[in-house]
Ligand binder design. Structure first.
Ligand SMILES: [Ca+2]
Ligand SMILES: [Ca+2]
Length: 103
């Protein structure tokens, strides 16, 4: 019910990043994982930052859908406060933090 489908091909510009992160939050909730734990899991080389390949790989497996590098680079661009082309823990938390509430 209420599911609308557009016949248009979903290209990268139309890709719903916020929607993807909502699904990611749902997935984490199901696994009982916090944002911090997810970060640790994604940070496979333990440098405290998520680079493109780590995000691509980690998010794809958490979401159970195949992201592509252009989506990942959009995630990085939109979250990268200090412009080092990596997502650190603070940037990651900001990505996953619902903006409505802060505690
Ligand atoms: Ca890393
Ligand atoms: Ca950064």
């Amino acid at each position: 019910m209420g599911v609308s489908k557009s016949g248009d091909m979903l290209n990268d510009m139309d890709w719903d990043m916020a929607g993807a992160f909502e699904r990611l939050l749902e997935a984490l909730k199901e696994k009982g994982m916090t944002a911090d734990e997810a970060f640790e899991q994604l940070d496979t080389d333990d440098d405290g930052k998520l680079n493109g390949p780590e995000l691509l790989h980690g998010l794809s497996s958490l979401l159970g859908e195949d992201l592509d590098p252009s989506k990942v680079s959009r995630i990085i661009t939109s979250s990268d406060v200090d412009v080092d082309h990596r997502v650190d823990l603070f940037e990651w938390r900001a990505l996953l933090q619902p903006s409505s509430e802060e505690e």
